[in-house]
Design a protein around this ligand. Sequence first.
Ligand SMILES: Nc1ncnc2c1ncn2[C@@H]1O[C@H](COP(=O)(O)OP(=O)(O)OP(=O)(O)O)[C@@H](O)[C@H]1O
Length: 669
Amino acid sequence: MQLRNEQRQHIETLIRLSEGQASGLDNCREVIRRSWERCVGEYRLDPGRPRPVRVLTQQALKEHREPVDELLHVARAGVDQLFAQIAPLGYVLLLTDRRGITVDFRGQRDQDPALRRAGLYLGADWDERYAGTCAVGTCVHDARAITCHQSEHFDATHISLTCTAAPITDPQGQVIAVLDISALQSPRAHESQNFGLSLVNLYARMIEDAYFLHRYRGCLMLRFDTAREFVHLNGRGLIAIEEDGSVIAANGEGRALIDAHLRRWPAWTSGWVPSATQLFDGDIGDLLSIPATREDQIRAFRVRANDTTCFVTLVEPRGRRLASRAVPPSPTPVPALDRLASDDPAMHRVLKLARRLRNEEVNVLITGETGTGKEVLARALHDSGTRANRPFVAVNCAAIPESLIESELFGYLPGAFTGGRSKGMRGLIQQADGGTLLLDEIGDMPLALQTRLLRVLAEREVMPLGAEKAVRVDIRVITATHRDMSELIANGLFREDLYYRLNGAQLRLPALRERADKHYVIRSVYEALVTERQSDVRLRADAMSALLAYAWPGNIRQLRNALDFALATVDGEEITVHDLPEECQGGLAAAPQVIDSTLQPETTGEGQAFHRLLQDTGWNVSHVARRLGISRPTVYRRMRRYGLVPPNRREAETVSDSPIRKGVPWHNS
Ligand SMILES: Nc1ncnc2c1ncn2[C@@H]1O[C@H](COP(=O)(O)OP(=O)(O)OP(=O)(O)O)[C@@H](O)[C@H]1O
């Protein structure tokens, strides 16, 4: 064989390697170097004696094709599609079996002799043990996709080729075939093949999944993805299951999910595989009823391995419906609660529990970041229960000046105070009699009052200031907080016994950015605003996309403000992305971190600026909250911290314009 200069140099490098010298290997990739070492050390290939291409006889080829016949059949469409894309760029396509024998091939007829000489041909043997380092052989050995570019090949006869290969694996993760694209000539730069690597990987996954679906076509199949839009079209995860949810087999993505689960909850017995209901947090009925109950046949589930959300569809066995499968009855509709969410796993759990609790006397603690809808949920809980026709009294503990909190909550008799408050007042607890009392921002309740509240809860009676006899009250107490109660307890700021009494059941609301039904929330907040404003302005798709992409540190409150702003300022008949507040226009990149003003050290300068803002807005707390992107209770909390009191309070200290009670008429008794 006539050797070119380049080939001679290549051989010299490899001979040095075989003699244990590392010179000339500085730029050699690790994966290639390891393969070269195998070639000389393990397979005893002689770099100085390039080997002729080996092409199997028709009979031998037939023996290699038979075991993969079914795969070849399923892969055909994918192979043809990939070849149609690469052929104009001068590439050919090889599909090999697990031994590296080319069992299917697509190439150009006019290049036939050159391709055959290079081993790019049906029946060609690309086993690393024979052909040396090459894309197919090394891919089989390492079980991962690889490009072997020009002089990365071991054998000097192959160093003008560029080859990129990706493995196709069976449900156990074993390589069953390799998909490869190769070209006789290519640019020098290795990076020129990067696109090829992605493309081959993509088609290898597609063929693998098509084969998986074909093999388990008689089974129930869960198909899942992190994007709802992709589940039907190209959901990456596939898990074949029994009707009780036990796992029969999984594709690569499915196995990655099982592995992640086992890393978090290691199995007691080796070989144990978690069931689908363990992988996805839900009942088997939730999974099996997806086609019957979901309009788009997709349902969101929480992935227990990593607490993320993923979207799942159920693919039924071809040609037979499972008649035996009982679809669980859908829960009785509770409109007030049902309208709070569409398809979000965390909200499913919250609402499922809320439905059970709506007619119970259990005290409920609602937690969640600011603006997630804690008060809205408390109201819905009240509206959906037997107390619906009785009062719902919401008290914001953070908004009550400490000097007034006791009298506001417990009330006082005439004569208990002098001056403006001489007439007496029924306290908020008494006003809630027969109904529900929501204590919002419960973490801000002063310690002394916590003791009195505990007594009310224990004895079901309240003692107004100046009274000698306690008054019986029948109230259901719901509390809400965005603060970490265990931290408050640990720091001695909240009574543990009160916490346990309030926390009969806990409902944790997810942040808006985590919700899988963000689209539904945006739509419902928008529709509520449009109805309020009697407007018929539409929300254009680009605005919706930006709203979906934004991280919403202020949650539903911030969303509502953003849409309100857009509706107030829009100039035409539809809201576009440009009509939204600036921070919502750029998607996630522009999203600020979650604002928690309680964690930020305040300075005098900040206090002054805050004071000025209050004065400029005429002490309008809502305006200040909107301007700063914080909640109203946070504004009140800051006012307390800086000792800022609105002028009307300083003058009269009357309670008639109290900001603490929301949504109920004010009655003095
Ligand atoms: N499901 C919903 N649909 C429409 N609007 C909602 C929904 N949930 C909350 N909102 C709106 O978002 C805003 C904030 O809600 P809410 O006051 O209930 O939140 P929160 O969690 O109690 O806030 P904070 O922790 O600051 O007290 C309100 O304007 C409310 O009307």
